[in-house]
Design a protein around this ligand. Structure first.
Ligand SMILES: Nc1ncnc2c1ncn2[C@@H]1O[C@H](COP(=O)(O)OP(=O)(O)OP(=O)(O)O)[C@@H](O)[C@H]1O
Ligand SMILES: [Mg+2]
Length: 596
């Protein structure tokens, strides 16, 4: 299914403003661009000039039997060839460098922008889609503004300068040839378009075939168990035969294209030779002139075809650019207000004041949610799945902002603070912790970049991660693999805890893992958590009875509201929801713990 994000429909239309924005990418590199355009134009112009000089070589040198003229013209021809060779080197070098610069600029812009986007954007946008923007779309746009532009300039200059020389030689013949150009362009463009449609259809079918293949193989047990083999084979052969049809049509059109172009230019050639012969008879054109025309017609086929190809590529590039710009224009929903400040010190007093919140679907998640937390207090959030626990901590970290109501930290509306002021003071350990590829040391240091190695070890010790780290072959220099996949979930949590300890946050948030880890690691995680909770405001989405019991207050969150609030003992006494939760879920845990 990797193709899903690639194969969106291209709106085959030219969008002037997008084209302008694409060209603006060249503005910072205008010197290089200018140099590149001039060298290409000069090279293409020289090409047409060579044919013109050959006409003179034939007429004034060979047919006139004038040895001096022959030598002079040959020297001119040779000299210009050397110049052209230099120009070719110049533009290939410039176009390659320019292409790399543009891709670099685009990728950097996109990457930086993605870092700034709010979580809300990531919610709505598949990661694969964003990846494709940064990789294949930047590639395509970079190619267009360089090699595509090269082809366009080349074709235009080549055709125009050839036209000029043809008019100089004989205007009647020139008119015949120039009628051919638009006809060829239109035919070539039509062919390209049709071939492209078939190719695209074939590619789409191909990705569906891959997906079907994948599903059938990975799900082979289910397929067999349900006796679905025959239906699946039927579906699959339908897809493959559709793909065959599309590829067949594309191949047929591709094969037809060149002969058609050739026949048209052969007709033009025939006309030139016949009409040129008549004109020569009347003394209006020389033999060299006719020869030049024959060359011009033969060579003109290529730039014309190039134009048709570039036209098709340009449409793709515009579609790519539109997607790139849609990403780079996305405004982060959560951003610093112009007057936002970082007050330097914040203590962890937190207040949710009549907060309402919903995600994109507008289905209310938190309604009129109010809560006051003293600095240093530990809050345990418990409750049924989907109740809104993660949402509460997401709001607290300001990954999202309340739709109405206010969240205050240290008595200040937190939208008056910079995002950095808040997020640098919050340490968060996720349910499924994320590590970056790199060493353990680097991953812990992520919590505070200027930490020394000794501080990192100290943090790991406090978090309970040190013991397992030193048993590893390379210790702190062990690589954790992509996303930390060389470590177990429990180990990853320990490393995340160490990272949070190092950061010395004023507010600590943890989404306790529900997945079972071995009892030893479990105990280490608990110890690390307690170290962190010590003396700082903590929000723990708790699944472990031991954590819950330790909390100063337990909040039972249900349907976005605080259903019950109090200490463990108080809530048990009430005999309400918490009591039920306790008797159903935690009693079992308790029994397990005693059983060990
Ligand atoms: N990113 C999101 N986009 C849209 N709706 C969401 C999103 N995240 C959560 N929700 C919805 O908001 C509600 C609260 O979800 P939340 O994740 O806060 O629950 P939770 O209490 O953390 O549940 P759990 O115990 O399963 O983690 C649910 O109805 C959920 O469907
Ligand atoms: Mg959750």
């Amino acid at each position: 299914m990797a193709d899903t994000y690639e194969e969106e429909e291209y709106n085959a239309h030219f969008s002037g403003s997008t084209l302008r924005r694409i060209l603006e990418l060249l503005r910072p590199h205008w010197r290089w661009t200018l140099g590149f355009l001039l060298t290409v134009a000069a090279t293409a112009g020289l090409d047409a000039l060579f044919t013109y000089i050959s006409a003179h070589i034939i007429d004034d040198g060979i047919l006139a039997r004038d040895r001096d003229a022959l030598i002079r013209l040959m020297a001119l021809y040779g000299g210009l060839q050397v110049v052209q060779a230099g120009l070719v080197f110049g533009f290939i070098y410039l176009v390659s460098m320019l292409g790399e610069r543009i891709r670099y600029d685009l990728r950097k812009t996109l990457f930086n922008h993605i870092q700034d986007l709010s979580l809300a954007y990531f919610n709505q946008t598949p990661v694969g889609w964003m990846m494709a923007r940064v990789t294949s779309d930047t590639e395509r746009v970079g190619g267009m503004v360089t090699w595509g532009l090269l082809d366009i300039v080349w074709a235009i200059v080549n055709i125009t300068s050839a036209a000029v020389f043809m008019f100089i030689i004989n205007w009647r013949l020139a008119l015949i040839v120039l009628i051919m150009v638009p006809i060829l362009v239109v035919i070539a463009a039509q062919f390209r378009k049709k071939i492209l449609v078939e190719f695209r259809a074939a590619r789409k079918l191909n990705s569906r075939i891959t997906a079907a293949f994948n599903e059938n193989i990975t799900g082979v047990r289910v397929v067999k168990a349900l006796g679905r083999e025959d239906e699946n084979i039927g579906e699959f052969s339908l897809l493959t035969s559709q793909m065959y049809q599309a590829s067949y049509r594309a191949a047929w059109l591709s094969a037809l294209f060149l002969p058609v172009v050739q026949i048209i230019s052969a007709l033009a050639l025939g006309a030139i030779i016949y009409y040129g012969g008549v004109q020569a008879h009347l003394g209006f054109i020389t033999i060299g002139g006719i020869q030049a025309f024959v060359s011009y017609v033969t060579f003109m086929m290529w730039p014309v075809q190039d134009l048709a190809r570039v036209y098709a590529e340009l449409q793709h590039a515009i579609a790519s650019a539109e997607r790139i710009f849609s990403l780079s224009d996305a405004v982060p929903e959560v951003h610093d207000r112009p007057s936002a400040i970082d007050p330097g010190n914040l203590h962890g007093e937190i207040e949710f004041d009549h907060v309402d919140f919903y995600y994109e679907d507008k289905k209310p998640v938190l309604t009129d949610f109010s809560l006051r937390v003293q600095a240093g207090e530990t809050i345990a959030l418990v409750g049924p799945t989907g109740g809104g626990k993660t949402t509460i901590v997401n709001l607290l970290c300001r990954f999202f902002e309340p739709k109405s109501g206010v969240i205050r930290i240290s008595g200040r509306d937190y939208t008056d603070l910079t995002l950095h002021a808040i997020q640098s003071r919050v340490g968060i350990v996720l349910q499924t912790p994320h590590l970056f590829s790199g060493t353990l040391r680097e991953n812990i240091r992520y919590g505070r970049l200027d930490a020394t190695d000794a501080e990192i070890e100290e943090a790991a010790r406090l978090a309970g991660a040190h013991d397992f780290i030193v048993t590893l072959e390379k210790g702190y220099d062990q690589d954790v693999g992509e996303g930390g996949n060389l470590l177990s979930t429990g180990q990853k949590q320990l490393v995340s805890l160490a990272r949070a300890v190092l950061a010395q946050p004023e507010i600590f948030i943890m989404d306790e893992a529900t997945s079972s880890v071995d009892t030893l690691t479990e105990a280490l995680i608990q110890k690390g958590m307690h170290t962190l909770m010590e003396g700082r405001t903590s929000f723990i989405i708790a699944h472990r009875l031991s954590t819950i019991k330790r909390a100063d207050r337990i909040l039972v969150i249900e349907a976005g509201r605080i259903a019950e609030m109090g200490t463990h003992a108080e809530l048990l006494r009430q005999g309400g929801r918490y009591y039920h939760l306790y008797t159903q879920q935690f009693r079992r845990q308790l029994e397990e713990e005693y059983a060990i």
